[in-house]
Ligand binder design. Structure first.
Ligand code: NAD
Length: 347
């Protein structure tokens, strides 16, 4: 089986994808600078897979670090045959305070990774790259569910880096037919591996709903702030398309298979197609955890939309992939991770 290089390899989505790839029989090399993850992830991956992870600590903006990762792939598995580029900074609020850091890291890192892939691929071989894009590229969606041909826009610097990332990769393809690109537009990944050994470990106050709810349920935070209860949704709270992290990981395996077997690029939504409101998530979490999640209603946050969910048809048709796990699975697996690791990878 081919060897895949994962950038941002010890992060939340990459660590679950790493396991899914190993389970599907692929070989994996990882690179990460730990700017938003813990080296302990590697110990957990070893424990879960029974294999010592092939890993290089380094920054993807640094050509030499990337060269070391490709060399490790060459030495262990005869060469890297595709890259999944997860490495990025991802906090929307922070991106408006430090836009240049986001451009330098997310755009600079993508370009350096593409250059390294090109450097380490023979001239007659395809350049296969999977890119972590996001539903944020749809800006404020005009129509629901969101199809891949919906209008695109960026509402903050983070979103701009995802939109620009897709554009850079599309230009590469136009200039050189060897590039095979899968741009995956993730909706809202949540939950954890069912073992409870790896999961999302946000630093500081969580930016996303489910890790926040998890910290309330485990007693680290007093209550859940619900921003807005007058949205145009059945219960007035915002509706989003949450996708179980293991379904998302399987989506990467399917996208890589598509690049290897079909030899065609694609841009595709990875979501369930079903939205859940903030109140529905809080109730499902109470059920999964047996703990109360006290609520505090607060005004809307600027920029938030009523509802956002994917049309997952293209993913089913092109990749033969669809999400299988429901909100109860998402909450049960999140709770197992949170209750067994209340301080994340630090305890
Ligand atoms: N989690 C989400 O809600 C979500 C939604 C849509 C898209 N995405 C995208 O998916 C990707 C992975 O997200 P995640 O949630 O796993 O985030 P994460 O922060 O857990 O993982 C990103 C990893 O990249 C590493 N990293 C960042 N910059 C790096 C650099 N210059 N060199 C080496 N490593 C670097 C970090 O240390 C971290 O381990 C990101 O590109 C993110 O923008 C995430």
């Amino acid at each position: 089986m081919p060897c895949i290089l994962l950038t941002g390899a010890t992060g939340y989505i990459a660590s679950h994808t790493w396991l899914a790839l190993l389970e599907a029989g692929w070989d994996v090399v990882g690179i990460d600078n730990f700017c938003n993850s813990s080296p302990r992830v590697l110990e957990r991956l070893a424990e879960l897979s029974g294999r010592v992870p092939s890993f290089v600590e380094g920054d993807v903006r640094d050509a030499q670090s990337l060269d070391r990762a490709f060399a490790l792939g060459q030495q262990r598995w005869g060469g890297v045959q595709a890259v999944v580029h997860f490495a990025a900074l991802k906090a929307v609020g922070e991106s408006t305070e430090k836009p240049l850091e986001y451009f330098a890291n997310n755009i600079g890192g993508l370009v350096a990774t593409c250059q390294a892939l090109q450097r380490h691929t023979a001239a007659d071989q395809p350049l296969r790259m999977v890119f972590s894009s996001s539903a944020t590229v749809y800006g404020k969606p005009e129509q629901l569910p969101i199809r891949e041909d919906a209008p695109l826009s960026a509402t903050n610097p983070y979103g701009a880096t995802k939109l620009m990332g897709e554009q850079i990769l599309a230009e590469l393809q136009r200039c050189d037919a060897r590039w095979l690109i899968a741009s995956l537009r993730y909706f809202n990944p949540v939950g954890a591996h069912p073992s409870g050994r790896i999961g999302e470990d946000p630093r500081g106050v969580p930016n996303n709903l489910m890790p926040y709810v998890a910290q309330v349920a485990v007693g680290q935070r007093e209550r859940l702030n619900v921003f807005g209860q007058d949205y145009d949704t059945p219960d007035g709270t915002g509706v989003r398309d949450y996708i179980h992290i293991c379904d998302l990981a399987d989506g990467h395996v399917a996208a890589l298979r598509h690049l290897f077997e079909q030899g065609r690029s694609l841009t595709v939504n990875l979501g369930t197609g079903r939205g859940y409101s903030v109140l529905e998530v809080a109730r499902a979490y109470e059920k999964a955890s047996g703990r109360e999640v006290p609520l505090h209603f607060a005004p809307r946050r600027p920029g938030d939309v009523d509802a956002c969910y994917a049309d997952p048809t293209l993913a089913a048709q092109a990749l033969g992939w669809r999400a299988r796990r429901d909100i109860d699975d998402m909450c049960a697996d999140s709770w197992r991770w949170q209750s067994q690791n209340p301080r994340g990878f630090n305890g």
